[in-house]
Design a protein around this ligand. Structure first.
Ligand code: GLN
Length: 202
């Protein structure tokens, strides 16, 4: 079986943690900062961090437009936390001038849990991953406030708020699976990348 290479967008954020998980899963890893690197990967993770900074850097590094083209061309992408914000259609409570990639038909609210409870951990039921529930770490996390027609919710909190979604070649979670020892979300993404490489849909 051909070995896979997955990029981690390395403009800002928890790049190293994602790279370490991919490495553990036996996948080749490329840190992506420039357009040329996009041509060398089978899939891409957009990490958590600060979405407004990542947005600005993606434009100043000239990687925003090539990234949009690659996603439109079917590159499988997985955004965690700030990465989910980057992929969304509309950002609620973004900073002035903050742009998203509009690759996922959802509107997300940034820092949706407010400053009182800005970080928490919970056991999350994720039907596509089966049992047991996933230990999920939320850090100044967004939630999905509008789900477009073609988008599937993969996980919701007990209060019904959506925190994991997929649409075509795009997968996104509000939380940080790279920070726990449970790698099922990364495995799920790697499997999608493997299927896309084999010629199926992501
Ligand atoms: N609140 C951050 C943002 O707006 C996201 C936090 C995170 O990625 N852990 O981008």
């Amino acid at each position: 079986m051909k070995s896979l290479t997955i990029g981690v967008l390395a403009l800002q954020g928890d790049v190293r943690e994602h790279a370490a998980v991919l490495d553990e899963l036996g996948v080749g890893v490329v840190r992506v900062r420039r357009a040329e690197e996009l041509g060398t990967i089978d899939g891409l993770i957009i990490p958590g961090g600060e979405s407004s900074v990542m947005d600005k850097l993606s434009r100043s590094f000239g990687v925003r437009e090539p990234l949009l083209a690659a996603i439109a061309d079917g590159l499988p992408v997985y955004g965690t936390c700030a990465g989910m914000i980057m992929l969304s259609h509309e950002i609620l409570d973004g900073i002035n001038g903050q742009q998203s990639l509009d690759a996922l038909d959802v509107d997300v609210r940034r820092n949706a849990f407010g400053s009182q409870v800005d970080s928490f951990e919970t056991e999350l039921d994720v039907p596509v991953l089966g049992d047991p529930p996933l230990h999920a770490v939320f850090i100044r996390a967004p939630v999905v406030e509008r789900l477009g027609d073609g988008v599937t919710a993969l996980a919701t909190l007990d209060d019904g708020r959506i925190v994991a979604v997929e649409q075509g070649n795009v997968l996104a979670t509000s939380f940080h699976p790279e920070m726990t020892g449970d790698h099922r979300f990364h495995e799920y993404f790697v499997e999608r990348v493997r299927r896309a490489v084999a010629g199926g849909v992501a």
